[in-house]
Design a binder for this molecule. Structure first.
Ligand code: FAD
Length: 493
């Protein structure tokens, strides 16, 4: 992480006093024991107490805090619900942690234009809950949807089970209000479907808190499908399950979701929530089809045929809504379920072309033996988005280091087979040092130029996403020619 600024730390009391002027009451936290709640996010292997936590409740306060930080050179880390799995909300010793938790209201529900305007701290599920009585829902559904915030979803361009058919966050966000580092409040997009000029909204989705602080989000809502049914299909091997996913998609079927779990994940989930999963299979697919009833019946029959052709040994179609929900409950609780059978786990997130699923799962098994660490796989198979959960015990010898190396090897493999480093959890600190395996020097410099256009002094969430100069040099990607560095004006943390 960037070296803390000693001059800022020396002025902490003065900074806190000014922040208390801007956010009066209980909105500024400095007591050590209270800061501890913010020292990590979902990537719990890394911890750092922030200098101070600020919890504004109005856009005006956010704007004033940002303008003050800009003027004083103070670093800012935005935070939603803190469920990031890539360390995106990891605080800085000399920085402000700007929590958006008080922005928790739905501002408008507009059924005519099929959209909801929400503050960024509203939970993902909170949006669906607000409109489901009228037969609507918000499609992107991360497994953390009960807790994660819509602002965090925008920052991470989050995905979920239903994103295969309905798109990721970026395909469902129509507009945002955002505060720039100098305090300026801007609006991008709105209730309308498209905007003039560059796709700035697209840029903000997945910007991981590096470009601005989102203070309002307008999302598209969809009419709930007439019918939705899920089928569980079990296989004697991961490879056969992987091949079935490729066969379903290449046949032209677009399921509402296709998720896959391997044996360790199936057993952990079944023990935890009794979803009705078969325990005598090596791999399980949960495939959901939605739409008019006749179409769903026809598609289920086609999926069933493809599964049989690929050696399926188990099949069960949900009879009713309760059973469908139970099938999904196991999948959605799979991460905490694995958490019950290991002291720690490290969740990776790489995406590969679907037809390489079987190959990559096979290689992962070899790596698991090589590193002497168990791995459970539970992932968005339809999108080729892998989530290997590497099990380890941080208190045992070099297990954390082995888990990190194992994870890095998996991500490098994803890139090697034509995939990418992250599907939906973002780069954060977790994958930052692997960016050089995916992007060359020109790519990284170009991306940093975009960052610089928004935040020239590198105050917003520094240390995330972009590898350090030192690490770039290590990776042999940073070219120093005749003592000169390319783009010397770019800040390098
Ligand atoms: C059990 C579990 C399951 C998960 N399943 C999924 C899944 O299926 N799909 C998926 O995509 N993710 C999943 N995640 C990851 C995580 O929930 C998502 O990345 C989520 O979008 C993070 O939201 P948050 O509110 O917790 O953001 P935080 O963790 O608080 O922050 C995440 C990033 O967003 C930035 N940020 C947050 N709020 C704002 C804002 N208002 N303005 C600007 N930047 C902001 C932060 O600086 C940080 O970089 C899972 C996590 C857990 C713990």
């Amino acid at each position: 992480m960037p070296e803390p600024k000693r001059d800022i730390l020396a002025r902490k009391d003065e900074i806190v006093a000014r922040l208390r002027d801007i956010v009066p009451g209980e909105g500024v936290i400095v007591r050590e024991e209270e800061l501890r709640a913010y020292e990590t996010d979902g990537l719990t292997a890394y911890r750092q107490s922030p200098m101070v936590v600020v919890l504004p409740s109005t856009v005006e306060q956010v704007s004033k805090v940002m303008a003050y930080c800009h003027e004083q050179g103070i670093r800012v880390v935005p935070r939603g619900a803190g469920t990031s799995l890539s360390g995106g909300a990891l605080p800085l010793e000399d920085g402000i942690l700007l929590g958006l938790g008080k922005f928790n209201r739905i501002l408008e529900i507009d059924y005519e234009n099929r959209c909801v305007v929400a503050q960024p701290g509203v939970t993902n599920l909170g949006i669906t809950k607000a409109v489901e009585h009228e037969g609507f829902y918000y499609a992107p559904d991360p497994s953390s949807q009960i807790a994660c915030s819509i602002g965090g979803n925008v920052a991470e361009n989050s995905g979920g089970v239903h994103c295969l058919k309905y798109g990721l966050t970026t395909n469902n966000v129509l507009g945002v209000e955002m505060v720039l580092i100098d305090g300026t409040v801007v609006r991008l997009g709105g209730k309308h479907l498209d905007s003039d000029g560059y796709d700035m909204l697209g840029l903000i989705n997945g910007s991981e808190g590096l470009l601005g602080v989102v203070t309002e989000v307008t999302v598209r809502i969809l009419k709930s499908p007439e019918t939705a049914r899920a089928v569980l299909v079990g296989f004697p091997s991961n490879e056969q399950a992987g091949d079935t996913v490729a066969a379903i998609i290449s046949s032209g079927i677009v399921p509402a979701g296709v998720e896959m779990m391997d044996k360790p994940a199936i057993h952990a989930a079944e023990d935890f929530v009794q979803a009705g999963y078969p325990l005598d299979v090596e791999a399980l697919l949960i495939c959901e089809l939605d739409g008019p009833e006749a179409e769903v019946d026809e598609l289920l029959a086609r999926v069933s045929r493809l599964a049989e052709e690929n050696g399926a040994t188990y099949e069960r179609v949900s009879k009713d809504e309760e059973e469908r929900a139970r099938f999904w409950a196991g999948r959605k609780a799979a991460f905490p379920a694995v958490g019950r059978v290991t002291p720690d786990y490290y969740c990776m997130d790489g995406t590969i072309p679907r037809h390489r699923l079987a190959h990559v799962l096979g290689r992962m098994r070899e790596m698991s033996e090589h590193y002497g660490l168990r791995v459970a796989n539970v992932f968005h198979a339809g999108d080729g988005n892998l989530h290997p959960l590497i099990m380890y015990d941080a208190n045992e010898g070099d297990q954390l280091e082995r888990a990190e190396n194992f994870g890095a090897d998996i991500l490098k493999l994803c890139v090697e087979v034509g995939g990418v480093l992250t599907g939906e959890h973002g780069v954060g600190v977790e994958k930052r040092d692997l960016m050089g395996t995916m992007f060359n020097e020109v790519d990284l410099n170009t991306q940093q130029r975009v960052k610089c256009a928004f935040d020239p002094n590198g105050l917003l969430n520094p240390g995330k996403v972009f590898p350090t100069l030192h690490r770039c040099a290590e990776l042999g990607r940073m070219h120093i020619s005749r003592g000169k560095m390319p783009f010397p004006d770019l800040p390098r943390f």
